[in-house]
Design a protein around this ligand. Structure first.
Ligand code: SAM
Length: 472
């Protein structure tokens, strides 16, 4: 079969590719299709054709896969959040493990690495401790809502439909946040609708209500509500805040972030505290963290504890080591490891994250951590010369937890000059994990890789790799 652009074909989905798309291979030619699962037979139109692959858009299902189970969420087929919800969780984990293994084999030719079974998420629903719901002046209608003339299309509060930046599904529930979040979201929706003040339009750049961001503390079962608006209207947002606080004693904090920026990002140019404290407290293991509306914090609390326990097991610290934590964020890994090391130095580019890291260390009475602000590619070489080599100190263990893009080439080169005895590499992207491990494997043995699931129903997977310096 010769695949041609703009033509529709019947495809049988045989696999899931990294990125979550379904893969068909008519006569061995790879075709990627979104929102389908292995075992589906579909009619799809080819929208992109390259030499080695094509992409097609689903038109209709001819036969649905027998592997599918009924999704808990009524919006699962439309919302971009949980594309794999109809796949049994065990099957999701098998695909995730394969993606890690295949990336190591295909990208880095690392064929004999031990990749363990994925450590599952303890909860596969109600596990997210942070959700960002968008307000829009354009509501996306579900097929079942299309013929209902009573439904108004000029307001929606919920999540975006993939491929549309300005339309949202008006969600009554989101199954991956704790139940109370749904109640708060529905009360905020009723208030906004009754306020007579319009939602912000991402095309018109007019309107007031922009986002509702909810954070939940798993350990203390408390909530932070962040109302993001385009301008100030203290009287109006305070009225909403007072209604919420009266109804929900579980809410510890309500803030108003204000942003007139055109970009659809739920971070304010400035923040006003409406009720309570400007943060909620959360725990990871025995450590307490203060999290404000705009702080970075892992979104699956129990998942983060799983991840850090594996990091700690691989680091195998005895209390004597100097540890360097690259890409240290708000310092959660150094804090987690603090009792087992002599000293830990974290390096992080975002100033507010470093401030949070220092505050969190202080909150937990930890004194053996040092945080440096800056781009690792600039900070590491200066450390290399000034701090470590000349004083004769060395780094025994390095923890590396880069963003999705992986490590900068220059940083990899610096790491290979420092040559710590042990490296624990934490990755949220199997492709860049493979690329970076290929470079590090010139000097290190890769003992094993442990994938950890923090994001059920999505293709995302975290991995922790245990590396030991070769003895020649
Ligand atoms: C995957 S997060 C790791 C966060 C942290 N280890 C944790 O578990 O919460 C990656 C971090 O790297 C930081 N970052 C990205 N590029 C950087 C760079 N060039 N130099 C320093 N930090 C960087 C980001 O701001 C982010 O906090």
């Amino acid at each position: 079969m010769t695949i041609k652009k703009r033509k529709a074909y019947e495809f049988e989905i045989i696999d899931l590719a990294f990125g979550g798309k379904g893969l068909a291979k008519p006569d061995g030619f790879p075709v990627f299709i979104d929102r389908v699962l292995p075992g589906d037979k579909v009619l799809a139109k080819v929208v992109k054709k390259k030499k080695n692959f094509a992409e097609a858009r689903l038109i209709e299902f001819i036969e649905k896969s027998t592997k599918r189970e009924k999704a808990l969420c009524q919006y699962a087929s439309y919302c971009g959040g949980c594309k794999w919800q109809e796949l049994p969780y065990e099957t999701q984990l098998e695909y995730k493990k394969n993606h890690v293994k295949e990336s190591l084999e295909h990208i880095a030719k690392l064929n004999d690495i031990k990749v363990n079974n994925v450590k599952p998420s303890e909860n596969i629903y109600q596990f997210r401790n942070k959700m960002e719901f968008s307000c829009s002046d354009k509501r996306w209608l579900l097929p079942s809502e299309l013929s209902n003339p009573d439904i108004k299309k000029d307001f929606g509060l919920g999540l975006h439909v993939p491929g549309t930046f300005d339309r949202v599904i008006d969600l009554e529930r989101c199954e991956i946040q704790p139940e109370l979040g749904n109640q708060i979201m529905n009360d905020v929706r009723s208030f906004i609708k009754g306020s007579g003040v319009p939602a912000y339009g991402l095309r018109s750049h007019e309107g007031f209500w922009r986002f509702l961001m909810l954070r939940h503390s798993f350990y203390f079962d408390k909530w932070l509500v962040n109302i993001v608006t385009a301008k100030e209207n203290n009287e109006l947002v305070m009225k909403l805040a007072l209604e919420l606080i009266e109804k929900y004693p579980q809410i510890d904090s309500i803030v108003n972030n204000i942003t007139s920026r055109k970009a659809g990002i739920a971070i304010g140019e400035y923040e006003k505290l409406l009720v309570g404290k400007p943060y909620i407290k959360e725990k990871l293991g025995k450590f307490t963290f203060k999290i404000s509306a705009n702080s970075f914090f892992q979104t699956n609390t129990r998942g983060a504890e799983n991840l850090y326990s594996i990091v700690s097991g691989y680091a195998n610290l005895t209390g004597k080591e100097r540890v360097l934590d690259l890409y240290s964020g708000t310092g959660t890994i150094p804090i987690w490891l603090s009792k087992d090391a002599k000293e830990i130095i974290g390096i992080e580019i975002v100033e507010s994250a470093v401030e949070d890291a220092r505050k969190n260390a202080e909150l937990n009475n930890i004194t053996n951590l040092k945080f440096l602000t800056g781009d690792i590619k600039d900070v590491l070489p200066s450390l290399n010369q000034a701090d470590f080599d000349k004083s004769g100190n060395k780094i025994d263990v390095m923890i590396i937890d880069p963003p999705r893009a992986g490590m900068h080439k220059g940083v990899l080169a610096e790491v290979l000059k420092l040559l710590p005895e042990k490296i624990v590499y934490v990755s949220c992207n199997p492709a860049t994990l493979a690329r970076d491990l290929e470079v590090l494997s010139t000097k290190y043995n890769i003992l094993e890789v442990q994938p950890v699931d923090m994001f059920p129903h999505t293709f995302h997977i975290e991995s922790v790799a245990d590396l030991l310096l070769k003895t020649k």
